[in-house]
Design a protein around this ligand. Structure first.
Ligand SMILES: [Ca+2]
Length: 155
């Protein structure tokens, strides 16, 4: 789980565990490029997966809607593997290939097992999109309490 730090300051506290993205399952058969267009219109983009937590969240999202087979994710090949949303930070190299994959195709599908397969441009699957969640600020009372505590003298 991610620890969400709500105040980017020395007084930052870890309030709770949470997950920074909301995943949306789109139950219609689309090619990867159609799925990308759909996700960009309806949400933020096709989902990026950068670690096992996010992969688990993807699988949980699918099981919560009773879907246990293939979905497109945001990974595609343009010389190198890239994420549809342009993500290029920590975890950009995370992969969960099935042992025989990739085999020189362009677009990546997450199977019901959580393993990844590359596929061609005409293959159709449902997809998973995401939106980033925006966390609310700390309540004023809690912010004040943190401010007070930081002014306590050292013992
Ligand atoms: Ca393949």
């Amino acid at each position: 789980l991610f620890f969400c730090c709500l105040l980017p300051s020395p007084q930052c506290v870890i309030l709770s565990t949470c997950f920074p993205y909301q995943y949306h399952f789109a139950d219609q058969s689309l090619t990867w490029t159609e799925a990308q267009t759909y996700c960009r219109q309806k949400h933020t983009d096709l989902v990026s997966i950068r670690n096992s937590e996010e992969l688990n969240q993807l699988i949980n999202t699918l099981s919560s809607v009773g879907h246990s087979s293939e979905v497109w994710i945001g990974l595609f090949k343009e010389f190198d593997w890239k994420w549809s949303d342009g993500f290029n930070g920590t975890g950009v190299e995370y992969r969960n290939w099935e042992s025989t994959q990739p085999n020189n195709e362009l677009y990546v599908m997450n199977a019901g097992t959580g393993l990844w397969w590359d596929n061609g441009a005409t293959t159709q699957f449902p997809c998973v999109c995401y939106t980033a969640l925006h966390f609310q600020r700390l309540p004023v009372v809690l912010t004040r309490w943190i401010g007070l505590r930081s002014s306590w003298p050292r013992l």
